[in-house]
Write a protein that binds this ligand. Sequence first.
Ligand code: ZN
Ligand code: ZN
Length: 357
Amino acid sequence: MAQPSYMRACLLIKPGKIQLAQIPVPLPGPGEVLVRIEAALTCGTDVKAFRRGHPMIPMPAVFGHEYAGVVAAVGDGVEGFSVGLEVMGVHSAPCGNCFYCRRRDFQLCESLMDSKVLGSFAEYLLLPERVVRQNLFEKPPMISFAEAAFLEPLACVVHGIRRSGVEGARRVAVIGAGPIGLLHLLVLKAHGMEVLVAGRRKSRLEAALTCGADRVIDTEEGGDLRTAIRNWTDGYGVDMVFECTGQPSVWQDAIWYVRKGGTLVLFGGCAPGSLVSYDAGRLHYDAITILGVFHFTPADVLEARRLLVEGKVVPGPLISGEYGLEDVPRALERLISGDGIKFVIYPGTVQERKELS
Ligand SMILES: [Zn+2]
Ligand SMILES: [Zn+2]
């Protein structure tokens, strides 16, 4: 089936304003692949951009970056992808020869952010050669498009957990029960950890229990989280804490939840310029490691894909509902008001989907 020359796409015009527009379907150049989006997911970054703008998301422009779909067209020289193949991928890939790539710190590639592709809240997405070569894969039939679209956030989580050296840990705490906190929970359970999740909102904590949390703590109920975590660990503190809120106060408090010799992994990004301070005695005499983590490498994407494909990570409980492209603003508004974890955006309307199925 030939693809049309125009497609429906969500344009983020300015914070708070999204327009559903008809724009030309891009044509793949050498090495590029055009994907017909079957499912996209909302992400915290999209919510931030919609709420108050985001330095990494230009406006006005197409946006959305988590996706899975079907190959609609391929450019010259593309190998391994043919029209009709079901695919899952991420929206960025490292260059392979900058200062950081040569040191294998691919997550810090100097042109990572400039070369990333946005626009999964649309009927089609054109993937650059770099992504096609490194971070695009066949989607096996045993996972749905919506599940496959978790590849990117899951790769970020896999990266931080891999760098933490979690193998030596047994009891860990995840602070924050949003989508990223819950993905941490799923990966840590896949590693066989006992996991405590502390966060807000009943629905999210219920999702944490569904995802296998051994203990959940509602931080809105008051009470001292430090004491609760100590009580859960015979007074010692957990082996590792994964901070997933991006709040400076939480970054600071989290140092008190780890045992001596433990590791605090800072995943949630605070606004640049935020200052945090730590008790020097805790860091030195209690030999605590603090680890900052960001983004992912192609190896993390492969591992995330393995976890999804082998059913080691089943992200279904994180999906709070599904919408068509015209309802992207509604999905983002629900997330801003604290309702829901992640929404699936199907490029067809919900009505069209009902008629198809
Ligand atoms: Zn994302
Ligand atoms: Zn590079």
